[in-house]
Write a protein of this length. Structure first.
Length: 401
């Protein structure tokens, strides 16, 4: 006779063990799948990151839902030199593939330029609704805009020793020294802004991301004048890589020799004041927002000096207004931080990576009784940097408790 009272617990425990083992196995497989997807993504960025970013301009879900066959097709192009890859378009810039993805981008631009719902009104209404400092477009102010970053540049004569050493031959000297000037005197670091600034004043350069700009930068890196690094941001549906440059000690000596006293660049300020090397994704996000603010005509200071209880990531200013901004990629609630910012300037100004992140920040601030303005890098990227003017809105929404 079977002792059912004794066997039942044994069967139950055995079943629970089987289910637990199956669950752990599934979780292990899913973890491996995510890890392998990360490996594939990192490899794709190393081999052809610009093309991957160009594809994301037309479909922001790439490569999140790619199958094995999608990855195989992507790497087949990388491995086949005679193939014709997609036009390489960097973050926020249009290149030779100007007609690529026009329908989707046009729809996004239309959304950005149209009126928002009542709960997410465009920031132009802030000055009517609240007594805080005005946040209207700086189009009427007198200020330095991004297209003027080379206004005071003049091509320096090449010293004999550099000529004899073959440093930056021919037109590379002019464009290479332009890049050095932008980093040394203007304090900018991103490839996209260096590229756009040079193309703007060099009429013979018809498109962005040409070898006419990349070649001298590569030579300056190889010669030890510049330090190059690619910073990645991966938050939800916003994934990008940002190529950055800063002066080495040799580069600072070169700039001094050219008559340019080097300023502390945006990237250097983040490194020395905000643990920029420890948090590369946040560093990249701050640099990206700084580019967008400058394109809209704001003077930008990264990690400004403050006397108050909070330290903003960015201070953006015109002759008419000054505004402190926090670039937030995390998910942790920071009510006291937002209260300190609101106490200092009357409201908060926040930039997230994605629309979902922006809405979460807005909800946190509303719950804490704080009003302000907010934007996100994913929405800002919908408009090409070339098309941005001081009249282009930078804030996606205004909010109140």
């Amino acid at each position: 006779m079977t002792d059912t009272g004794t066997c039942a617990p044994i069967r139950t425990r055995s079943l629970e063990d089987l289910l637990s083992a199956e669950r752990e196995f599934r979780e292990s497989i899913e973890a491996d799948r995510r890890a392998l997807a990360d490996v594939l993504y990192d490899l794709a960025m190393r081999l052809d990151g610009e093309r991957l970013e160009a594809m994301r301009l037309t479909d922001p879900t790439i490569p999140k839902y790619w199958t094995a066959e999608d990855w195989r097709r992507f790497f087949d192009v990388v491995q086949t030199p005679q193939s014709s890859p997609l036009p390489a378009i960097p973050w926020g810039l249009k290149g030779s593939g100007k007609k690529q993805g026009t329908k989707k981008t046009a729809e996004q631009n239309a959304v950005l330029s149209s009126a928002q719902p009542a709960e997410t009104k465009q920031v132009e209404r802030v000055e009517r609704d609240t007594p805080q400092p005005t946040l209207s477009s700086p189009s009427t102010a007198t200020h330095r805009v991004a297209t003027n970053l080379l206004a005071e540049y003049s091509e320096p004569p090449k010293p004999d020793d550099l000529r004899m050493a073959g440093v930056l031959k021919g037109k590379r000297w002019r464009r290479g020294t332009m890049a050095m000037y932008l980093i040394a005197r203007q304090g900018i670091n991103t490839m996209m802004e260096i590229d756009l600034s040079i193309v703007t004043v060099e009429p013979e350069l018809k498109t962005l991301r040409t070898n006419s700009v990349r070649a001298p930068l590569k030579e300056l890196v190889e010669g030890g004048y510049l330090i190059e690094e690619t910073l990645d941001v991966r938050r939800g549906d916003f994934v990008t890589n940002l190529k950055t440059f800063r002066l080495s000690e040799k580069g600072k000596a070169f700039s001094f020799r050219m008559g340019w006293d080097a300023v502390e660049s945006d990237w250097e300020r983040l490194i020395t004041r905000h643990e920029g090397l420890r948090f590369p994704a946040h560093t990249a996000a701050v640099l990206l927002f700084a580019v967008h603010a400058r394109r809209r005509g704001y003077r930008v200071t990264v990690v400004p000096d403050t006397d108050g209880p909070y330290a903003p990531d960015i201070r953006m200013a015109t002759d008419e207004e000054t505004l402190d901004v926090e670039v937030e990629l995390g998910t942790k609630e920071r009510p006291q931080k937002w209260k300190n910012m609101a106490a200092a300037q009357g409201f908060v100004a926040l930039c997230a990576a994605t629309e979902a992140g922006r809405k979460r920040l807005v909800a946190d601030c509303r719950a804490a009784g704080i009003s302000g303005v907010a934007t996100d890098l994913h929405s800002l990227r919908a408009i090409s940097l070339e098309d941005i003017t001081p009249a282009t809105p930078i804030w996606m929404e205004e909010f109140k408790p």
